[in-house]
Design a protein around this ligand. Structure first.
Ligand SMILES: [Fe+2]
Length: 421
């Protein structure tokens, strides 16, 4: 399922408390009414996320491993199961917004119930004979961190559908200077190792580590900006079929796309929804909320391409994980400031790669329901790398593989160009 972590049980308890507190802190700016919304099938109500992450700990740790544990409400097994067929049937995903009950207060009571169970389990796990596998606890913690990101991406969408443009947090977004012209970092390629082989936590889809052959390539030294993407729009990028994949062009036609998700033309300029409200598009900030189709068409229009995931990972392998990540509390991609050889690899926006999400050679999902976590999604999706402005810093690494269908736009997804050397 996961690589076994080399951490003490006491530090697991501390991390459990901290991650659970962080989740709830992210929800503090929200009204009760905000937390029940589901404005499209792909997003979930905040309340559902809060309950589902608790369900995960209950289902995979407390029920099987904590003697005497009783679920708070047996109906929650069905309501808050996302997609685990090995656990049982699931309530309809697109109908999560129909769940007026349990109330938000009842969901918080459920969290406390699970917390009390986890405190007992982690205390007893601290003994000589652990009663629950540490790797499973780590999986639960990393799962909750994934949902922290989803809470923010989903509430952004839900709030954006309201013409009053509700503000999640009223901070002034830093506005940087115009970045210099895009530059390229050259890589020789050759036989390079890919995949996780460390001693900490990693998801099963990051392994096994293996060797791939890369042709010489160049990677852009920063992300594509809104200003650069606007040139594509103004050159008729959404009106001409040439740069688009067939499926992408069909999607543009069917959905009437003319710009990234959230962009609106108003009073002679482009505006966009942010978690800090409705604002003019910052031309120096990285473009975000573009689909794979848009990222791919933009790259082709620039006579470039998107990187493959081995290229991205090879370029990021020795780069420290730091950047505009969740801990900064900005929750919006920012103009490049670091004078690094290659900037913005971690944080700001997830970077679309041209690699289909597929198992690495030798990959096998774990037996049982927990093996459904990643493996069964390995079709019809593309890999994204590097984390975003809502990804926790302790959650991301160079080998991390995120994946979404090519038409998805509500994640903080953006563009880094590559080209053949
Ligand atoms: Fe989940």
């Amino acid at each position: 399922m996961t690589t076994a972590p080399a951490v003490s049980r006491t530090s697991l308890l501390a991390r459990y408390r901290e991650i659970r507190r962080t989740t709830e802190r992210l929800c503090e700016p929200l009204a009760i009414e905000d937390q029940v919304l589901q404005a499209m099938p792909d997003v979930s109500p905040t309340k559902w996320h809060l309950a589902h992450v608790s369900w995960f700990f209950e289902t995979f740790l407390l029920t099987p491993h904590l003697p005497g544990y009783e679920p708070l409400n047996p109906a929650y097994t069905f309501l808050f199961n996302s997609y685990y067929n090995g656990v049982g049937p699931q309530f309809s995903r697109p109908a999560r917004g129909h769940l007026s009950r349990p109330t938000v207060a009842e969901v918080y009571a459920y969290r406390q119930w699970v917390d009390r169970g986890m405190e007992r389990l982690l205390a007893e796990t601290d003994s000589e004979r652990p009663i629950a596998p540490a790797a499973l606890i780590e999986l639960g913690l990393n799962h909750e961190q994934q949902h922290q990101e989803l809470i923010l991406t989903d509430i952004k969408y839900n709030l954006a559908m309201n013409p009053l443009h509700p503000v999640y947090h009223a901070i002034a977004l830093p506005r940087g200077a115009a970045p210099g012209p895009l530059d390229w970092r050259e890589h020789r390629g050759g036989l390079v190792p890919i995949g996780y082989d460390g001693s900490g936590f990693a998801f099963d889809n990051e392994g096994p580590r293996h060797t791939v052959y890369l042709r010489p390539f160049r990677l852009a030294d920063r992300l594509t900006t809104n200003g650069e993407y606007l040139q594509f729009i103004e050159a008729g990028g959404y009106r001409r079929s040439e740069p688009w994949l067939s499926e992408g062009w069909r999607t543009v036609q069917e959905r009437g796309w003319q710009a990234p998700l959230y962009w609106e033309w108003q009073d002679g300029g482009w505006w966009t929804q942010t978690l800090s409200g409705y604002l003019p598009v910052d031309l120096h900030a990285p473009v975000t909320h573009v689909s794979y189709y848009e990222a791919d068409a933009y790259a082709r229009w620039r006579d470039a391409r998107l990187p493959t995931e081995p290229e991205w990972e090879h370029a990021a392998a020795d780069v420290p994980v730091s950047g505009n990540l969740q801990e900064r509390g900005i929750f919006h991609p920012l103009p490049v400031t670091a004078d690094a050889p290659v900037a913005q690899l971690f944080g700001d926006v997830w970077e679309w790669t041209q690699s289909a999400y597929a198992p690495y050679p030798g990959y096998r999902a774990e037996p049982g329901a927990v093996g459904e976590y990643n493996g069964k999604f390995m079709v019809s999706q593309m890999v994204l790398r590097g984390g975003s402005c809502v990804t926790p810093e302790s959650h991301i690494r160079a080998t991390y593989r995120n994946f979404f269908p090519p038409d998805a736009r509500w994640q903080f997804s953006g563009i880094r160009l590559a080209e053949d050397a």
